[in-house]
Design a protein around this ligand. Sequence first.
Ligand code: FMN
Length: 181
Amino acid sequence: MESLQCIMTRRSVRNFEKREVPENVIEDIVKAAQFAPSWKNSQIVRYNVVCNKNVLDDIADNGLLGFSHNRDIIKGCSALVVLSVVNGICGYEKDGSYTTSKKDKWEMFDAGIAAQTFCLAAHEKGVGSVILGIFDEYKIADIISLSKNQEIACLIAIGYPAGELKAPNRKDTSDILNFIK
Ligand SMILES: Cc1cc2nc3c(=O)[nH]c(=O)nc-3n(C[C@H](O)[C@H](O)[C@H](O)COP(=O)(O)O)c2cc1C
């Protein structure tokens, strides 16, 4: 797939077929996502993939702040990527001080780039995905026994798409593009 076509045809997929995405396909997607840029090539993003139905149900029932929209997505997905970052590296100098006024916000910046790279690589392989931002990060960290030096950035539900999707409207480019001359 051409890269522009991949970028423009990727959609947030919330309804999935019943069949599972094989582990080797998920591994290939992560291998591609590893080529996302990162702060000083620090590569702080981790992909914790939940395939076990009981763990998925636990997250869906107890880890979403009661947001039933996301609950339904997770109940129907093949796997859930709990995308985490290792704290204390990205945005920091070696002596532990912040490098810039954005402090540790660069951790979430790297996570965002990695998440989109993951979703594009998944799309290339015919796997649908949706980034989920509404969840209880502490509850889910507990459910998956996440290392104490990591923080959850987002969830990505994946599976083979059930049906076609239309792109939600985008703003006019002139509303968001500003050439400084
Ligand atoms: C940071 C972030 C958080 C999001 N959280 C949710 C969510 O909790 N539930 C959901 O259904 N979609 C979520 N989305 C998906 C957006 O709704 C979606 O990207 C947007 O409507 C544009 O649609 P498209 O991805 O198909 O182009 C999230 C997307 C991003 C980038």
